[in-house]
Design a binder for this molecule. Structure first.
Ligand code: ADE
Length: 268
């Protein structure tokens, strides 16, 4: 019975919906969240349950699926889980890409939402606790100094635009730059500047790459835990603000989910 609540009708049961995804209401949403601290309040809020059926993912992976029905939406919240060897959250682009790929294949979402925390640049207007909907993503640590490969490495992409969602919700808009380090090397700094980014995270552009490959629209909600161009050491400021900023992030995710409910992709 739990399965009937958590899983949408199969394709065979819903042949009528084929090809009209943009003009029928969004049914299935995939939320990708890298850290357990960020995910836990949303699991409670949407009354999601950890999926007992582990056959959706390869045997032995630490990935965790929380699922359930909230209003008219089938929500799949995927957390890459804890590193099997070290026991810390599997942050970064590799885990994010893998879980996004496997989850899109398994759950066929109409929309991907990557939610998480990020460093913000005060020179671009970011403050602690701000929540952004990103307008574009790029990488800042993939340097390939050969023509065209250089652009491939940077991988700049505009993200799915949601003018109506933005009109409705009180979110800031800015560009996001992604890399696999939390600190910032001098090269990272110039690449982030070249990317015109307001935000710096460790997953966004990777999730965007996979969602784009598989032609699923994706949006990015990022809340600022630390000011990269400020005085405080990044890791310390991040850990200090993680829990409080997560509350702002999760409130924004809830508002976005409430907005999405009953709407089509083309209404966003
Ligand atoms: N997540 C939160 N703060 C971050 C930072 N400064 N860099 C990368 N990812 C982050």
């Amino acid at each position: 019975a739990e399965d009937m609540v958590a899983n949408p009708p199969s394709e065979a049961e819903e042949t009528a919906s084929a090809g009209v995804a943009n003009t029928s209401p969004i049914s299935t949403v995939l939320i990708v969240i890298a850290m357990h601290t960020e995910a836990a309040p949303l699991v409670s809020k949407f009354e999601l349950v950890e999926d007992g059926d582990k056959s959706m993912f390869p045997k032995g992976v630490p990935w965790v699926r929380y699922c359930g029905k909230y209003k008219d939406l089938y929500i799949n919240l995927i957390w890459p889980g804890k590193d099997p060897a070290l026991g810390v959250d599997s942050v970064g682009t590799i885990s994010a890409s893998l879980v996004t790929y496997a989850s899109i294949q398994a759950f066929k979402p109409d929309l991907v939402i990557n939610a998480g925390t990020a460093g913000g640049f005060k020179a671009k207007g970011a403050s602690i606790g701000d929540v952004y909907l990103t307008s574009a993503v790029a990488f800042h640590d993939r340097r390939i100094p050969i023509p065209v490969f250089d652009m491939y490495g940077i991988g700049a992409k505009e993200t799915f635009s949601c003018p109506n969602l933005l009109k409705q919700l009180n979110l800031k808009v800015g560009k996001l730059s992604t890399g696999d380090s939390m600190d910032m090397s001098p090269h990272d700094e110039s690449a982030i500047l070249a990317n015109d980014a307001t935000l710096k995270d460790m997953e966004g552009a990777a999730v965007a790459y996979v969602a784009d490959l598989l032609s699923v629209p994706a949006i990015f909600l990022k809340a600022v835990t630390d000011i990269v161009d400020g005085e405080k050491p990044t890791a310390e400021e991040f850990l200090q603000n993680l829990v409080i900023v997560t509350a702002a992030l999760d409130q924004a995710v809830t508002q976005v989910i409430d907005f999405i409910n009953g709407r089509c992709i083309s209404d966003l």
